[in-house]
Design a protein around this ligand. Structure first.
Ligand code: ADP
Length: 512
């Protein structure tokens, strides 16, 4: 087993990995940017090294700095977490060159399966059904239009290098194609430095259902059931659960075996996820592979009783998987909410700032994987994910009831979060019946009108509070004599970041 593991990430996932290392008696090294000096992952680590300024390009995305810290601190393995460099073959190669074990697949497998169009080739060779579309990137919009004429509209233009829903455009008709092509391609170029696009038939009301696989270096590959991730906002997962309400044992086996075939065909090792879309007739189509640990891995852990991070470490160290397919038993139901510092009543605007108070849920079936504490300032530089709240129940209804109860217990003061939104989603009859599809939440949000209703109340109260504070300030100091900005009313964030961002003509959600 490893002596010491470098955790090349931050926030809740760095803590998740740290916990696994600690339970296994393996030393771990945290890294941090200037913005993360006081972050919980640094506080919990016995050893932590600075890796540069706040922008991730100068810290968490710097392979040279990570390798340098790993060498100088005597690490013999590196865990990339998710995001940042987790799917970067160059990091995996740099690790190999420096005799550091990368806890993940080989760089070759990552390239073969991590690229969307390359993975589609592997899927075809492995006989795995995929969404009808092109296997190669397209040269120009006219090629996309030609495909769409045959396949029928709507179609979806997608970035070859895509991720996080970026560089993706739904096209309804031939007239829309040239503009959609230009938009998708320039967004892809800006986001990934690669503007190449391919095209898929746009499926009607699909579900996003993914299979967790695990492969060791001894030829064993198994699947650990599915996760349903159909509750998405703008193609981004918001709530995930396992098992899926629509997957029966036969479909699970068919999807699981297809996933294993694909992983084997790509020479894959360690933890991986194969994402599928499932249509209304329960046909499944391969979408893409994520060659890393997923954000939503805890729901699989809750129903399988396995610790996926420990398994990752064991497999990377060369141990065989401790179980076979016949030993994988699914028990109960788990649901996860991604808790963000953001304001659902204000177009999901990020809400960084100081956490003034925090009450965390506990009790039967509740797990909270987060990386925050009262007094800590949520930085403006990264994805504003605070953590994940997960509930387990003997069945789906109990998991929902426990999650609702836990969301009532959970409170964070000082910043806005999406906790209230989860309370409303989990009370929705469609959600409770499991009648969800990938655009379900977008449709649901569009229905809950932004012009009226209880969801707008906090925003109006905030506005009134700001006006009252400003008036009070002016009347006590006289016009133009006091400090340049009005004091913040209680509960009103006065973050200069937020003000600046609001002033900017267009705010771009970092996850879009
Ligand atoms: P990304 O890597 O950018 O996240 P994915 O290929 O994983 O892109 O797709 C993300 C989401 O976009 C899916 O979960 C689904 O909601 C939607 N989507 C992708 N492809 C299709 C398609 N062909 N038809 C309908 N929806 C799709």
């Amino acid at each position: 087993m490893f002596r010491k593991v470098l955790i090349a990430n931050r926030g809740e996932i760095a803590i998740r990995i740290l916990r696994a290392c600690r339970e296994m008696g393996i030393a771990a090294v945290a890294v941090y940017s200037d913005a993360d000096r006081a972050s919980l992952h640094v506080r919990l680590a016995a050893e932590a090294w600075p890796i540069g300024p706040a922008p991730s390009r100068e810290s968490y995305l710097r392979i040279d700095k990570l390798i340098d810290v790993a060498r100088r601190s005597g690490c013999d393995a590196l865990h990339p977490g998710y995001g940042f460099l987790a799917e970067n073959a160059a990091l995996a190669r740099a690790c190999a060159e420096n005799k550091i074990t990368f806890i993940g697949p080989s760089p070759e497998a990552m390239e073969k399966l991590g690229s969307k169009t390359a993975a589609r080739h592997v899927a075809r060779s492995a006989g795995v059904p995929m969404v009808p579309g092109t296997l190669e990137p397209l040269a120009e919009a006219t090629q996309a239009a030609a495909f769409a004429r045959d396949a029928g509209y709507p179609v979806l233009l997608k970035a070859v290098a895509g991720g996080g829903g970026k560089g993706m455009r739904r096209v309804e008709s031939e007239a829309e194609m040239p503009a959609a092509w230009r938009d998708a391609s320039s967004e892809a170029l800006n986001s990934f430095g690669d503007g190449r696009l391919y095209i898929e038939k746009y499926l009607h009301r699909p579900r996003h259902i993914e299979i967790q696989i695990f492969a060791d270096h001894h030829g064993n590959t198994l699947y650990l059931g599915e996760r349903e991730c159909s509750v998405q906002r703008r193609h981004q997962k918001v709530i995930e659960e396992a098992p899926s309400p629509v997957v029966d044992p036969a479909l699970r086996q068919a999807m699981g075996e297809a996933a294993v075939r694909l992983a084997r065909a790509g020479g894959y090792t360690n933890a991986g996820t194969l994402e599928f879309l499932v249509d209304v007739h329960r046909n499944f189509f391969f979408l893409e592979m994520n060659t890393r640990l997923q954000v939503e891995h805890p729901v699989t852990e809750m129903i399988t009783g396995l610790d996926l991070v420990k398994l990752q470490l064991r497999v990377a160290a060369g141990e065989p998987l401790p179980l076979g397919q016949q030993d994988v038993a699914l028990r109960g139901h788990a649901i996860e909410c991604r808790i963000y510092a953001e304001d659902p009543d204000n177009n999901f605007f990020p809400s960084p700032g100081k956490i003034l108070s925090r009450r965390v849920p506990a009790g039967p079936g509740i797990r909270l994987d987060d990386g925050v504490y009262p007094g800590w300032v949520v930085p403006t530089d990264y994805d504003p994910l605070l953590g994940k709240l997960i509930a387990w129940g003997t069945d789906r209804n109990e998991a929902i009831a426990r999650l609702r109860r836990a969301l009532e217990e959970y409170s964070v003061g000082g910043i806005k979060t999406n906790v209230g939104l989860f309370r409303r989603i989990l009370a929705d009859p469609d959600y409770v019946r499991g009648e969800i599809y990938t655009r379900w939440l977008d449709d649901w949000l569009a229905r809950s009108s932004p012009s009226a209703g209880p969801s707008q109340l906090p925003e109006s109260i905030e506005t009134v509070a700001v006006l009252a504070a400003a008036l009070f300030h002016l009347s006590s100091n006289g016009l133009g004599q006091g400090p340049s900005s009005a004091p913040a009313a209680p509960g009103v964030s006065a973050s200069p970041w937020k003000r600046e961002a609001r002033r900017a003509a267009v705010w771009r959600d970092p996850r879009e």
